[in-house]
Design a binder for this molecule. Structure first.
Ligand SMILES: [Zn+2]
Length: 463
């Protein structure tokens, strides 16, 4: 007997958290942060719908904050079980959680100061701090190798399969032997776009009766990668011809390395001038790029061998890393000829907001969106044609060129999602998660041979 329940990313794209109960064990798959425009700090701080101290395992599909971001909170509230992830996910998660804790401590201090100025004495507590993040990292136990089962209890095992989404990402199959019969549940995690050049492609598990699957782009088809790369180079060249800057909101662990790779290729193939100034204004993206080099097991064989031979697919003659705030602020003085990459990808926070403030109102500059933008976020407002956006309490007009290049997406499109699902034999029942409702409904119409459910938050199913 298995019981499956849903605690996040249900009919939305953030806050992934699903629970499987069987063999007297409670297993969480992901414990992510709610991050879209509607997510309030309270939503993240809400108590879990289960007792954290009763959880035996957390299996992490990948290191994006919306999949691992509430892990410190889980530990703070009593979780003492084992976290299992691939080796690359473990390294990236450390980076992501320490950064998230730091931001929350800063935010709490800032709010405390504002409160004191208003005459209030209350000092707000951060959702969690660095110490909580470090405590949750202590819960990491075994590391998972792709396609090698790990035992969770007698007759109960978990196997990680490459999901091709970001470095170390996995789909996870949990198998329960009941006598001669084996029941299995696959959690897709986020599934990668098969066109991307750096990582190995996703490999769906060959068999499973139950599938819990993401549906982010369930209603969309990406342009081909070749067309997208051309569009990217053209956008950069025409912006430079106008004398402006190119601003690219990037997720540190998602497209940053891929964008660097395409810029490198653009210079090598003379599509971009070798003098192009590129700024990676994200300490996290800089560290993630280093971690990339340490995990050849996740990389496309050609990229892995390039690293092995001392090459660097991210090399650019004028690439500048901005770790310190002062370096970041200095970029604001450049009015043209620069490519500026910074987070967050949905422009909900981070250094990107400063670069938007300095470029969004200038006709000669361009903003290039290369990732998913959830509804309600500043990125989505700009993509949807807003004439003004609010940044730092100031109204900034949108006059720069706006490009959306979705062929770079880290997520599979509808065709790839359907192909991934078709790769799994024996599926009887599919639960769609991690998608906005229209995308989910359309994808559901394309999945054949099984019952499709769209669970609501807190819903429980006996399997
Ligand atoms: Zn992801």
């Amino acid at each position: 007997m298995m019981k499956l329940s849903f605690h996040g990313a249900d009919r939305e794209v953030t806050g992934s958290c699903h629970m499987l109960e069987c063999s007297d064990r409670r297993i969480l798959v992901d414990c992510g942060m709610f991050q879209d425009g509607r997510a309030s700090p309270e939503e993240n701080a809400d108590s879990f719908e289960f007792d954290p101290s009763a959880i035996d395992y957390v299996l992490l599909t990948h290191a994006h904050l919306d999949h691992c971001g509430r892990l410190p909170l889980l530990a703070k509230r009593g979780f003492r079980g084992e976290v299992i992830a691939t080796s690359a996910t473990r390294e990236l998660t450390r980076l992501v959680l320490v950064d998230a804790a730091h931001l929350q401590e800063e935010e709490a201090q800032r709010q405390g100061l504002h409160g004191r100025r208003r005459g209030e004495d209350r000092t707000p507590e951060p959702l969690y701090g660095i110490v909580d993040a470090l405590n949750s990292l202590d819960r990491f136990g075994r590391t998972a190798d792709y396609e090698k089962p790990l035992e969770l209890a007698p007759g109960l095992s978990a196997t990680f399969f490459d999901a091709g989404h970001i470095l170390g990402s996995a789909s996870i199959r949990i198998e329960l032997a009941e006598g001669a019969r084996v029941r299995s549940v696959v959690f897709s995690g986020d599934i990668g776009n098969t066109g991307q050049p750096l990582l190995r492609p996703s490999t769906p598990p060959a068999r499973a009766e139950i599938v819990v699957m993401e549906s982010t782009y369930g209603d969309r088809l990406h342009r081909s990668l070749g067309d997208s790369v051309e569009e990217f180079y053209e956008a950069i060249c025409s912006t430079f011809a106008r004398g402006g800057n190119v601003v690219i909101p990037t997720f540190a662990l998602e497209r940053a390395q891929e964008i660097l790779y395409f810029l490198h290729q653009g210079v090598e193939r003379s599509r971009l001038p070798p003098s192009v100034q590129v700024f990676l204004d994200s300490p996290m993206a800089i560290s993630a790029t280093e971690i990339f080099k340490r995990h050849p097991e996740c990389l496309d064989p050609a990229v892995a061998s390039l690293f092995r031979d001392g090459g660097d697919p991210f090399h650019l003659p004028n690439l500048h890393f901005a770790r310190e705030m002062a370096d970041s602020a200095a970029i604001n003085r450049i009015t043209g000829g620069a490519i500026i990459m910074a987070g967050s990808g949905m422009c909900t926070g981070g250094r990107i907001r400063h670069h938007l403030k300095h470029n969004l109102w200038r006709k000669e500059s361009a903003i290039i969106f290369v990732g998913f933008a959830a509804s309600g976020t500043i990125a989505r407002q700009i993509i949807d044609g807003a004439k003004h956006v609010q940044l730092f309490g100031e109204q900034i007009s949108v006059r720069s060129a706006i490009y959306t290049i979705n062929g770079f997406s880290a997520h599979a499109d509808q065709r790839e999602l359907v192909a991934w699902h078709r790769g799994i034999a024996g599926c009887e029942r599919t639960f769609l998660v991690h998608g906005e409702e229209p995308a989910m409904k359309e994808l559901a119409g394309h999945l054949r041979g099984c019952r499709v459910e769209m669970p609501r938050p807190g819903e429980t199913f006996d399997l």
